[in-house]
Design a protein around this ligand. Structure first.
Ligand code: G
Ligand code: G
Ligand code: MN
Ligand code: NA
Length: 254
């Protein structure tokens, strides 16, 4: 099957869908944010995950188009959340490395927010360490521009990549997301607990908010809380779902 050739039609025919997964306060279990996660509802192959098609988006030169598509959907979602009296819920979008070399992103983010009457401070940008190493000056400039607008920056998948602790100090970051690989064997793995403990104490010192990804069991949430991790994301709370479903359970909450 040649999915790459189907990418333009995928955009033209609205086959890409943005799904959302909650991020919760581990203490109160209140939803504090949503992460936007792209899906492709292909007419023949059904719903395809990003692991399979993001490389094709990149190869076909559509990274910027996808980011802007997700950004627009996220702003639309923020507008609906505000209408549902949940303006405190923020939305995070994932940026591919190429976006950090693109100085137009901040201006477009501001324009899209204005179009939907939402504050840029309701948006968070998730970047990976790989985005930071190739062009340090350019990445830093883009992040500063985004932050000056009020958006926050989260370092995604922390612990799996280069994990240079210097990144945490050198770049303008607000949040660190501990990769699910370190959560899956907690509480059994003493090593993983030690690693999370070190990340937690470093984040505390540097004033960074911590998120634990891939929380599937209550005992993992408990262990994270005990180590000072304040936010969590994972199947224990919600799976990624289409916006309509997410809005339904959010509106069902007090
Ligand atoms: O559910 P999950 O399979 O959604 O996501 C797999 C990977 O795809 C994650 O690493 C996530 O960061 C990435 N991803 C999901 N949505 C997007 C998106 O809209 N843009 C980019 N660049 N990456 C995304
Ligand atoms: O952007 P990032 O790499 O963080 O994307 C998060 C990925 O983790 C997505 O593929 C999402 O579907 C997945 N995910 C979210 N919660 C869980 C979970 O509890 N367990 C597992 N195994 N994967 C999860
Ligand atoms: Mn992410
Ligand atoms: Na991640």
């Amino acid at each position: 099957r040649d999915l790459e050739l189907a990418v333009p039609a995928g955009f033209a025919e609205g086959q890409f869908e943005v799904w959302y997964q909650s991020q919760v306060d581990l203490e109160s279990q209140a939803v504090v944010g949503l992460e936007a996660l792209i899906r492709w509802r292909h007419p023949e192959h059904g719903v395809i995950g990003p692991g399979e098609f993001l490389p094709l988006i990149e190869r076909s030169g559509n990274n910027a188009r996808l980011t802007r598509y997700v950004l627009t959907d996220a702003c639309r979602a923020l507008q609906l959340l505000a209408a549902a009296r949940k303006p405190q819920i923020r939305i995070a979008i994932n940026l591919p490395p190429s976006e950090l070399a693109d100085h137009s992103l901040a201006a477009e983010l501001r324009a899209t927010c204005a179009r939907f009457d939402v504050a840029p401070s309701s948006l968070e940008l998730e970047i990976t360490e790989g985005s930071l190493i190739n062009n340090i000056a350019s990445a830093s400039e883009t992040l500063h521009r985004l932050r000056r607008l009020g958006a926050t920056i989260a370092l995604d998948d922390f612990g799996t990549g280069y994990s240079s602790l210097a990144h945490l100090r050198r770049f303008p970051l607000d949040k660190v997301k501990i990769d699910k690989a370190f959560i899956s064997e907690i509480p059994d793995s003493a090593e993983d607990k030690a690693i999370v403990g070190v990340i937690a104490s470093l984040a505390g010192t540097l004033g960074l908010t911590l998120v634990a990804e891939g929380i599937e069991r209550a005992e993992q949430a408990q262990a994270m809380r005990e180590m000072g991790v304040t936010l969590g994301q994972g199947y224990l709370y919600h799976r990624p779902q289409p916006l309509e479903a997410v809005l339904q359970w959010i509106e069902g909450q007090a």
